[in-house]
Design a protein around this ligand. Structure first.
Ligand code: ATP
Ligand code: MG
Length: 587
């Protein structure tokens, strides 16, 4: 195949699109790979679609190799199965809902656990039919709150989703491992670097779950890795070791102090350290001695709301993503001025345990570091006043604990005495031991050996196919443009002919003919524009090998440039096709 730039449906852009926040989005739009059709909704142009199809092909080949069978479900789905699993409600605003002409409710599938479960229930009835793994590669719809970064987070996107069906947990373990192994092969072939991290499994009601994250600074997920042991987890899933209770018999009684103009932790700590009567004998006061209470509103899927206060040591913040993950499917909303007005016992900036807790209609949960017997400086529920030496368990109790404070580089590892490093990544895949939640909700049982009925045990496994295209771009691009790995590049070779007369163009045609005969795909810049424009476009478009037919022709050579390394080699014109064919076949 040879695509000619003079006729190719492509316009590269010199300027960055104004709404592009991350390099992959910028470059995929500038390179004419995708175009925005609506917020979070994209059209794929010829070069983009070639890359997309390569990614899709690799994903499919690895699923097939693992013995999973491909099916294809509709994207337009009836409400009832999602009602049965509560997800019609739990998905909240993320679900695209619609009505047909008879006023029946439908949705555009955000993921398909329900439909797969029902199909297997429809056709299978015996333990002898299992294990089974089915998959599809299909367009999904989610009305994301923050569609962002181009195809990285779309409202319409393609996912490969698989589902496994087993008679027991041991079977699920095997199916899960088979998917994990297939994912390793898939992401390796896609040229992605990735980390496998523990993920939250609470929301879907399953037991174990891991995410594949492609590390990049623009990733939306934060994850940690231990410097000593093998621990790695999405920051959402990190559970710190709860602090042990301490003895508080020597702590003086709590006392309220005037602390004017101390709305922030820093101003409070400065004031404490400037007051001789409050001096500690062991060390100066620190932010970690203060208890900060953050109040938010939780909106539950059924529309009801609830106030929640989270107490964290003052040197930490509540991490919104960790909080959202901990309370899902409820959504977190900031406490507004109206909310404060409705709860006059809360003195903004000086909120203490005295105004919190079930008796005040505000559920109060503490960070696990705040154990019984620990002493704190915290708000006295009056503007300009704080309470000192307030002891947990002695002076107040909370309604429970919640582990949602931010995780920091250098924090202790929860599973050994090492420390954690923090980085960011893009979630490219997610594997999940679902257990029996969906099978129970939709009554998927099979007959067991003894003739009884057993509920089927399921797993679900996703890969973001369109997201993977952008993740690859994100990890491989450089300042000049895209830089595709051979496995997914839209074309094997980008041929550039430069010069005013026909010689380089004739030479290019000859080389391209040979490359096509050898089965290589070629993008040929046959435009009569300046060499500079062509070189810039070749760098922007990112084919792994660029062949220049220009000045070198006088010496009988073509110049071969490796897009990724920038290395250049002159090759005799007669050898070019063989040389390039070997290069491409070597992978
Ligand atoms: P995220 O946390 O990024 O919203 P998720 O955990 O909701 O993703 P899953 O339900 O696990 O996503 O979906 C499986 C895979 O589908 C994800 O690992 C990701 O690669 C991809 N994916 C999910 N949402 C989107 C989206 N809005 N746009 C593109 N790809 C997506
Ligand atoms: Mg996920």
């Amino acid at each position: 195949m040879a695509l000619r730039m003079s006729t190719l449906f492509l316009r590269t852009l010199r300027e960055d699109p104004s709404d592009a926040e991350v390099p992959s989005h910028r470059l995929l739009v500038r390179g004419g790979y995708v175009r925005r059709a609506a917020p979070g909704i994209f059209s794929w142009l010829p070069l983009g679609w070639l890359v997309y199809r390569n990614v899709e092909r690799i994903v499919r080949e690895e699923m097939d190799r693992a013995g999973f069978q491909e099916v294809h479900f509709p994207a337009l789905l009836p409400r009832e199965p999602y009602e049965a699993t509560s997800r019609w409600t739990e998905y909240g605003d993320t679900l695209f809902r619609l009505r047909d002409r008879r006023n029946a409710d439908y949705l555009l599938g955000p993921t398909h656990e329900e439909l797969f479960t029902l199909l297997v229930k429809d056709l299978y009835s015996s333990y002898r039919d299992l294990p089974l793994s089915l998959y599809q590669i299909q367009t999904k719809y989610r009305d994301e709150a923050r569609p962002r970064a181009g195809v990285l987070r779309g409202r319409e996107f393609v996912m490969k989703d698989s589902y496994s069906f087993d008679i027991d947990d041991a079977g699920l373990d095997r199916s899960y491992e088979a998917h994990r192994a297939a994912y390793l092969r898939t992401f390796d072939r896609l040229g992605l670097s990735y980390e496998i991290v523990d993920a939250m499994s609470g929301a879907m009601g399953g037991s174990a779950s891991e995410e594949f994250l492609a590390p990049t600074p623009v990733g939306e997920d934060s994850f940690v890795r231990c410097t000593t042991c093998g621990y790695a987890a999405n920051a959402e899933a990190v559970q710190i070791a709860p602090a042990k209770p301490v003895d508080a018999t020597a702590v003086p009684a709590a006392h309220v102090e005037d602390t004017p103009d101390t709305p922030t932790i820093a101003t409070l700590v400065d004031l404490l350290n400037s007051r001789e009567d409050l001096a500690r004998d062991d060390r100066p006061w620190a932010a970690a001695d203060t208890l900060k209470n953050v109040v938010v509103t939780l909106r539950h899927p059924d529309g009801t709301t609830e106030s929640l206060a989270v107490g964290v040591p003052g040197d930490r913040d509540v991490d919104l993503k960790r909080l959202e993950a901990a309370v899902t499917p409820a959504e977190v909303e900031p406490f507004t001025d109206d909310d404060f007005a409705a709860r006059p016992q809360l003195a903004k900036g000086y909120i203490g345990p005295g105004a919190l807790g079930a008796e005040h209609g505000i559920r109060f949960l503490l960070d696990p570091r705040i154990s019984d017997g620990t002493r704190w400086v915290t708000g006295a529920d009056v503007h300009g006043r704080h309470v000192v030496d307030l002891v947990v368990g002695r002076d107040f109790t909370a309604d429970g604990t919640i582990d949602v404070a931010d995780i920091r580089d250098g924090d202790p590892c929860p599973s050994c005495d090492g420390t954690l490093t923090l980085a960011r990544g893009i979630e490219i895949g997610h594997i999940f031991k679902l257990g029996r939640r969906y099978a129970e909700a939709l009554d998927l049982t099979v007959q067991d050996e003894a003739g009884g009925q057993i509920t089927v045990t399921m797993g679900s496994y996703g890969i973001g196919v369109t997201r993977a295209v952008a993740a690859i771009a994100e990890q491989t691009h450089d300042d000049a443009g895209l830089c595709w790995p051979r496995s997914v590049t839209p074309v094997d070779i980008h041929v550039v002919a430069t010069g005013k007369d026909d010689t380089p163009f004739d030479a290019a045609e000859a080389v391209i003919g040979e490359l096509e005969d050898a089965g290589l795909s070629v993008l040929y810049d046959d435009r009569r524009v300046s060499a500079g424009v062509k070189f810039n476009d070749a760098d922007l478009l990112g084919a792994p090998t660029i062949v220049v037919l220009g000045r070198g022709l006088q010496r009988g050579v073509a110049e071969i440039k490796d897009r990724a390394t920038g290395d250049r080699t002159d090759i005799d014109l007669a050898e070019v096709a063989t040389y390039l064919t070997d290069l491409v076949r070597a992978g």
